[in-house]
Ligand binder design. Structure first.
Ligand code: GYE
Length: 304
């Protein structure tokens, strides 16, 4: 059986794969779990030499990191683009240097899909739709007034979750009275919710694009003397531990999952790309959804 040529032997991982990974930041529980998955998987034991950098939610930092990985001559560049647009020039530089690029988690809006090998991540439009469909099932007919806490402006998950949710509630009597970015962080989610509570005294429902902003909203609602999950219903996306705990405690009403454990898929795709094998252009990660009862059941075995 072992008649592998030299090339095939390399494909089996005799050589260490150097990989540069530019992470969005450390904005949320989701991001922490995603970073851990990547660092735990792209290890020396698994045949990788990982250079990891945190862009602190700034595109210019990511571009700089990618340029330095190009200069280092790594085997593969991977990154999670903070926003969708503006990547073509740096991706062309990587292509000119013959360094394959793998996108994880978030998409780019480039017209030229030869600029990257593969995009691994969830379907954010579908996540928004799942959240919106549940809202309609539960609350249509009540004349609910809703506020939305959007993710980072220009990011794929903020654009797509907004779109999916809006499509799902169309034709229902849920009315979106305001929508602002909370940048996917707990602090900004709290601040924006405080502003909403000062401006409106009739909010029935919050849709937050991630758990952390929902958790910030909970703090603002409690500080205003109301009961989150009852006086004001809350729907979020991610299903990280803190979110799931708040759901099980009755403070959140529904969470659509977004699986952050992308390390194993990234490792596999990177190995294949370096070996010159064909890879799928799009790898969609499957997500579940939880109500309060399901969260209480799932919590003991949650990995993140
Ligand atoms: O939902 C949020 C994080 O890109 C899917 O980014 C990711 C999102 C996630 O900050 O918590």
């Amino acid at each position: 059986e072992e008649t592998a040529s030299g090339e095939e032997e390399m494909a089996e991982g005799d050589d260490v794969i150097s990989i540069g990974f530019s992470q969005v930041g450390a904005e949320s529980g989701w991001r922490a779990a995603n970073t851990k998955s990547i660092q735990d998987t792209l290890t020396a034991e698994n045949g990788f030499d990982l250079s990891f950098s945190d862009a602190q939610q700034k595109q210019e930092n990511q571009i700089q990191a990618i340029r330095s990985y190009i200069a280092q001559g790594v085997d593969v560049i991977a990154f999670s683009p903070v926003v969708e647009s503006g990547w073509d020039p740096v991706l062309q530089e990587a292509q000119a240097a013959d360094i394959p690029v793998i996108l994880t988690d978030r998409a780019v809006d480039s017209q030229d899909d030869t600029l990257y090998e593969s995009f691994i991540g969830s379907d954010f439009v579908l996540e928004g739709e799942m959240a919106g469909e549940w809202a309609v099932e539960q609350y249509d007919g009540e004349g609910y007034k809703m506020v939305e806490l959007q993710g980072t402006t220009g990011s794929a998950p903020a654009i797509d979750r907004k779109e999916g949710f809006a499509a799902a509630i169309e034709g229902s009597d849920i009315e979106v009275i305001d929508s602002q970015t909370g940048n996917f962080t707990r602090t900004e989610g709290k601040q924006v919710m405080e502003g909403f509570l000062q401006k409106y005294d009739d909010i029935d429902l919050v849709f937050a694009h991630n758990d952390d902003m929902g958790l910030g909203a909970i703090e603002a609602i409690e500080a205003a003397g109301m009961v989150p999950g009852e006086d004001i219903k809350i729907i979020t996306i991610d299903a990280v531990k803190d979110g799931m705990q708040a759901l099980a405690d009755g403070k959140i009403n529904y969470i659509v999952e977004c699986n952050p454990l992308l390390g194993p898929d990234l490792a596999e795709i990177a190995q294949k790309v370096v070996a010159g094998e064909e890879v799928e252009k799009r790898i969609v990660v499957e997500d579940l959804a939880f109500d309060q009862e399901a969260a209480a059941e799932a919590l003991p075995d949650r990995q993140y």
